[in-house]
Design a binder for this molecule. Structure first.
Ligand code: SF4
Length: 275
């Protein structure tokens, strides 16, 4: 009886007491100390940007490049076309993922059970082992059109991404061939332009036209990159980091003051007491 009680106590202690070593690794050891992530939780070091992909024969001294070759190099290396291409591929993958819901769902399982039982007051004991695989399949046949709507939504997003990629290619070609300054509107540029009311529009073309109107000529060449970087690192989609935004005063986003209050608390350093 005593042994059983001791076992119950040990088991309950094991459930409630978390090893100190694990606690130290999982959270900061004191309120005034920042958390130091373990090796596996650290950010990988930033990789240097890959060198531009230029065919070797184009680099030979004395080589004169044709306009077509220049356009090729620009299309391959320009961050605008690379980003729009990746966005279009991600949208294509999303369509595939949503279509997968039309296929049956198959689940495989394994069971292993060992059971000891006795009869006639313990005179006979039986040991029984059962094991075996289990496979279950389910197939949703009717869902009132929910899956079809999901697939349609992803397909329309894919079309939009493909058109945006085509527009990015055209803008890069124009930039290279005619030095025509354009501003390709991708998802970041579209969001920032609408949020700030810098160039509001219901589609990328309308935003592009307005941006071309309001951007001073000397900034036209780099405006696209400024807007992309601002959208990617500060005016992000879910919770814009208005508290550190350099254009907070100029921005016309109605909720900017709400988001500006979300600045993280500065970490207070507690100095050790002088002895
Ligand atoms: S203030 Fe906020 S919403 Fe406006 S541009 Fe800056 S991050 Fe975006």
């Amino acid at each position: 009886m005593r042994r059983a009680a001791a076992l119950v106590l040990l088991a309950s202690a094991g459930c409630t007491v978390v090893p100190q070593g694990m606690l130290k690794k999982s959270a900061s050891p004191a309120p005034q100390e920042p958390w130091t992530p373990p090796e596996s939780g650290r950010m990988p070091p930033a990789e240097p940007a890959p060198p531009p992909q230029v065919p070797e024969e184009y680099m030979r001294p004395g080589t004169t490049l044709t306009l077509g070759q220049l356009v090729d190099v620009a299309l391959l290396n320009n961050p605008v076309t690379r980003e729009s291409w990746h966005t279009a591929r991600a949208a294509a993958a999303e369509v595939g993922s949503r279509r997968a819901t039309y296929f049956p769902f198959v689940e495989a399982d394994g069971v292993l059970e060992r059971q000891k039982s006795s009869a006639v007051g313990g005179q006979f004991t039986f040991l029984q082992t059962t094991y075996g695989p289990a496979v279950a399949a389910s197939w949703l046949l009717f869902d009132f059109g929910a899956r079809e709507a999901d697939v349609q939504e992803a397909t329309r997003d894919l079309y939009a991404a493909d058109w945006a990629h085509n527009a990015a290619i055209q803008n890069v070609v124009l930039n290279v061939a005619f030095e025509e300054l354009t501003i390709a509107v991708d998802t970041h540029v579209f969001r920032v332009s609408n949020r700030t009311r810098l160039a509001p529009g219901k589609d990328p073309l309308e935003v592009e036209m307005k941006l071309l109107k309001v951007t001073p000529k000397k900034y036209l060449k780099n405006a696209h990159h400024y807007l992309i970087l601002h959208g990617r690192y500060t005016c992000i989609a879910q919770k814009p980091l208005c508290w550190k935004c350099p254009i907070l005063e100029q921005c016309e986003f109605p909720e900017r003051k709400k988001f500006a209050k979300l600045a993280p608390e500065p970490v207070k350093k507690v100095l050790p007491k002088a002895r």
